[in-house]
Design a protein around this ligand. Structure first.
Ligand SMILES: Cc1cc2nc3c(=O)[nH]c(=O)nc-3n(C[C@H](O)[C@H](O)[C@H](O)COP(=O)(O)O)c2cc1C
Length: 137
């Protein structure tokens, strides 16, 4: 039990965590429709940072066609970097390391969640995201 509060250095990255308490990734579905970080997310993660050695930020889709749920966080485009940097900075400022989980939903991806690159559909697709129901398997 004493090891829980001892620091640990992770092998590959050689990053040292101040203790062995890590917050598991938990999706809060609070990103913008295109997957960018919202201020709500920054505040949420900042409030949970500090005591844990690391915070694993919820799963982020790596590709637009790999989304699984509305409000998911994305790391699929350079436009996401600024928001993710703000999020990481907020976590690290409180003393925890920031880790990001990445995913692609594969055959479980939900086509209704794709954000249009076609500018003629700027409103309809976000509404789809709000009203979509889980599909049956
Ligand atoms: C609301 C919610 C969202 C979650 N989102 C993710 C996620 O994004 N990625 C993931 O790997 N697990 C996710 N999980 C699973 C948790 O990380 C955790 O593994 C699960 O709650 C089991 O916890 P335990 O290992 O302490 O039993 C989520 C769990 C909950 C309750």
């Amino acid at each position: 039990m004493t090891k829980l509060i001892e620091e640990i250095t992770l092998g590959l990255s050689q990053t040292t965590l101040k203790n062995r308490i890590v917050m598991a990734p938990m999706t809060i579905q609070s990103a913008f429709f295109d997957g960018r970080v919202t201020q709500e997310m920054v505040d949420y993660y900042a409030s949970r940072s500090g005591d844990a050695g690391a915070i694993i930020v919820e799963s982020a889709f790596v590709e637009n066609y790999g989304r699984a749920f509305p409000g998911a966080l994305g790391i699929n485009h350079d436009s996401k970097i600024a928001g993710l940097k703000t999020l990481a900075t907020a976590i690290k400022a409180k003393g925890s390391k920031a880790i990001l989980q990445i995913y692609h939903a594969g055959r479980m991806a939900n086509g209704e969640l794709m954000v249009a690159t076609n500018r003629s559909l700027p409103v309809l697709l976000p509404l789809y995201a709000i009203t979509q129901k889980p599909r049956s398997r």
